[in-house]
Design a protein around this ligand. Structure first.
Ligand SMILES: O=C(O)[C@H](O)[C@@H](O)[C@H](O)[C@H](O)COP(=O)(O)O
Length: 255
């Protein structure tokens, strides 16, 4: 059973906070939320552009693979951030998503946009941005009328215990990148140190963002982000249509 915390203010009107008794219930609701959006966008535009982070989020997608009604052939699948390691490496977000999700659903392999793992971090970021620009030209990816940045249909993001999202870490200069779509980091405080990441203008131009956070170890950054008691990258996340925080009870315990 979820409880919804109401928010006030203009930007806040686009924000919902859902709190679940258990991670299992969160995973069930996240599957329904994603399936409903998939249905809506597949009907409206014949495509559904979905972005995922790495981390524990991927495990919380396990109920999604069981939804029969999803038209997987219309899905286009991206990563908000990726570690610059070979695709079969244990640290690879591609491998994490492949093993736990992609290998279980029939998304066409050509619609799965992994990074080029033979390049340096900087070159891989440029290459991924070039790929996104091509997908804008071919109308797979929309562009936000208000920001000019790509507008993904849904971003599914986790948050680290320090409040980071994607590979945008507290106090790091990349949090204020305002021009690039995709950038690289070679001094990530969370290993491995070399990564590529979408920038905030891209994340915040998404139609829908789901921030999925579980566990008491994240209660403090959740509080900082939602009650504005501190400044953490997760608190900078917004969406053009709707931002939904999916929290389990322990993660919401300081709200
Ligand atoms: O590649 C990464 O490291 C991630 O994309 C990162 O942003 C992750 O989502 C958070 O660190 C949360 O990870 P956990 O849920 O495992 O704490």
């Amino acid at each position: 059973m979820a409880t919804t915390a109401s928010q006030t203010g203009k930007e806040e009107n686009k924000k919902r906070v859902e709190i679940f008794d258990t991670e299992e219930n969160l995973a069930i609701d996240l599957a329904k939320y994603t399936a409903d959006l998939s249905d809506k966008f597949c009907k409206e535009r014949g495509a559904f552009t979905v972005v995922v982070s790495g981390g524990s989020l991927i495990k919380s997608l396990r109920k999604l693979v069981e939804v029969d009604s999803i038209d997987w052939s219309r899905w286009h699948f991206f990563w908000v951030d990726e570690r610059v390691v070979p695709k079969h490496h244990e640290d690879s977000n591609y491998k994490l998503a492949y093993d736990n999700f992609l290998s279980k659903v029939p998304i066409p392999p050509g619609n799965v946009y992994a990074i080029n793992d033979s390049l340096s971090a900087e070159a891989a970021a440029d290459d991924y941005e070039t790929c996104l620009k091509h997908l804008v030209k071919t109308n797979v990816l929309r562009v936000s009328d208000s920001t000019g940045f790509p507008k993904f249909d849904l971003m599914l993001l986790g948050m680290g215990p320090d409040g980071h999202v994607a590979s945008l870490f507290p106090g790091h200069g990349l949090c204020s990148e305002s021009k690039k779509w995709v950038t690289s980091i070679t001094d990530s405080p969370k290993p491995p140190s070399e990564r590529i990441t979408f920038t905030f203008p891209v994340i915040n131009s998404s139609a829908h963002v789901a921030l999925v956070v579980c566990g008491s170890g994240k209660a403090e950054p959740v509080q900082m982000a939602l009650n504005k008691t501190g400044s953490v990258p997760a608190g900078f996340v917004s969406a053009e249509e709707e931002l939904v925080w999916f929290l389990d009870k322990p993660a919401s315990s300081k709200l």
